[in-house]
Design a protein around this ligand. Structure first.
Ligand code: SF4
Ligand code: SF4
Length: 474
């Protein structure tokens, strides 16, 4: 029987592209590659305008701390280094490269020279770090740091192939077309983590992929293909752990705290590619769909390609775009500019006309139907959280455990009163985070003042002792 969790939504999946083979998009005329595509510090450009670069060459490096280096996704000439607005709304430095159309690979790229059995955890971590691999399911946490933090804590690796967002089929196609890349990437992770078991977690709307994996892994002691019920948000780490291990992941804790570590299927494939060829993360699979798109597709896209160029590759648009989304419709972000670049975490580009999106003109009003409570996978009280956030009572939102909200959007999706519940909760969470940061800063300032006062007191004590000592000598 397919495993699942309590709550969540069974929704129209719109997986229109599940049968469409992945196509590799030719290099566009230019790419604009952001230095900030991951959680942690942005990379600093190590190239300048006029430099000639090749595919896979480093163009941004991390100067200490958490983060991922960034590499050229096309060969050509660096045109400019500029400041751009990311689809997330944040500003980032970006390296613009004019493609020479030759797709020349950087000559310094080398496959890993040892057999996997001889590799150490440190060597694997170094390769993953140098390849600039961050989580490709959307969270964009640096993969090397996830491995590091899970060593000695995680007892079980879970390969996340749930892909529960409507429309998105990139992982599904990857499992059908290149399951070996995912499995081999997971083997590398098992070796780095010194583990002997991985669950490949696939939802039951991808039974063709399950059969493929079952056939490939027949008799394997390392892998188990775990079938999950198709429900939203099954791909969320908390729901994945709950469905597979029956353990709740408390708010503020990491999967490793309950013995699990989770990697997305495409992240595993990127790790394998870095080992096999030395090529860092410079492209990703993007599902392009929505009622405006002429030919919905799964496309392997060079990082830094504009959304507009990807849409053009899919035949262009047939209607006026009313809503452009980066990622899935539930947790993705609205994008206002077709020049926005594809980044390491961009799983989808969805373009909808105004016929396909809910109009904003309905005045939001709660009719106390309770639907939001029944779907919340975190068992929160979304209606109460939204109401208190609306009147600025973030303290009460904290009491109602707002910080445990995973912002899956299920509550807002089912709400017949069109209450933007998730947006209200996001505002409450932002305010609570800001308050916690201000309190922490104030406590640190207080600590510094106390330390300075104590140091001044001990200096004056010591001056006094010296003075008394001198007077005694006299
Ligand atoms: S789903 Fe909407 S209308 Fe129903 S209780 Fe929740 S907020 Fe109110
Ligand atoms: S309250 Fe948060 S976790 Fe619960 S359904 Fe709404 S968005 Fe999802």
């Amino acid at each position: 029987m397919a495993l699942t969790f309590r709550g969540g939504l069974v929704m129209n999946e719109h997986k229109n592209t599940h049968g469409v083979q992945i196509e590799r998009m030719p290099s566009p005329e230019k790419v604009v590659i952001p230095m900030s595509q991951h959680i942690g510090a942005p990379a600093s450009p190590v190239v300048k305008a006029g430099d000639i670069v090749a595919r896979g060459q480093i163009i941004g490096e991390i100067k200490g701390g958490l983060g991922c280096p960034v590499h050229a996704s096309v060969s050509g000439r660096v045109k400019a280094i500029s400041q751009i607005m990311l689809p997330t709304g944040r500003q980032s430095q970006a390296v613009e490269i004019e493609s020479d159309g030759l797709d020349t690979d950087y000559e310094g790229l080398m496959p890993f020279s040892k057999r996997l059995g001889e590799a150490t955890s440190e060597e694997i971590i170094d390769i993953v770090r140098a390849a600039g691999i961050s989580g490709m399911g959307g969270a964009t946490f640096p993969a090397y740091a996830k491995i590091q933090s899970a060593i000695g804590k995680a007892e079980r690796l879970i390969v996340n192939c749930a892909e529960c967002e409507p429309y998105i089929t990139a992982n599904h196609r990857l499992l059908l077309e290149d399951p070996a890349a995912v499995v081999n990437g997971a083997k590398i992770l098992l070796k780095a983590l010194s583990l002997r078991h991985a669950d490949i977690a696939v939802t039951d709307n991808k039974m063709d992929a399950v059969r493929r994996l079952d056939k490939m892994l027949k008799g394997s002691e390392l892998f188990e293909v775990t079938v999950l019920k198709t429900k939203y948000p099954q791909g969320d780490e908390r729901q994945l752990i709950l469905a597979i291990t029956k353990q709740e992941l408390p708010a503020g804790k990491l999967p490793a705290d309950v013995g699990c570590v989770i990697f997305n299927a495409e992240t595993c494939a990127a790790i394998f590619k870095a080992f096999q060829t030395g090529m860092p993360l410079i492209e990703r699979i993007v599902t392009v769909d929505g009622d405006c798109v002429k030919t919905p597709k799964n496309v392997r896209v060079p990082i830094g390609t504009s959304f507009g160029d990807v849409l053009e590759y899919c035949g262009g648009t047939k209607k006026r775009i009313s809503r452009l989304i980066s990622g899935g419709p539930m947790m993705g972000t609205a994008v206002w500019d077709l020049s926005s670049p594809v980044m390491k975490g961009t799983s989808g580009i969805l373009a909808f006309s105004d016929r396909a999106v809910r109009p904003y003109d309905q005045a939001p009003a709660c009719i106390h139907c309770g639907r939001c409570l029944s779907v919340c996978p975190m068992h929160l009280m979304p209606t109460a959280l939204a109401s208190y956030s609306k009147i600025g009572r973030y303290d009460i939102c904290a009491e109602y455990d707002a910080m445990s909200c995973v912002e899956c959007g299920s509550c807002a999706y089912v709400c017949p009163g069109a209450v933007p519940i998730t947006s209200y909760i996001r505002v409450a969470k932002d305010n609570l985070r800001a308050k916690a940061a201000a309190e922490k800063a104030a406590a640190e300032r207080e600590k510094a003042v106390m330390a300075e006062r104590q140091a001044a007191e001990s200096r004056s004590e010591s001056d006094k002792d010296k003075k008394e000592g001198k007077e005694g000598e006299k």
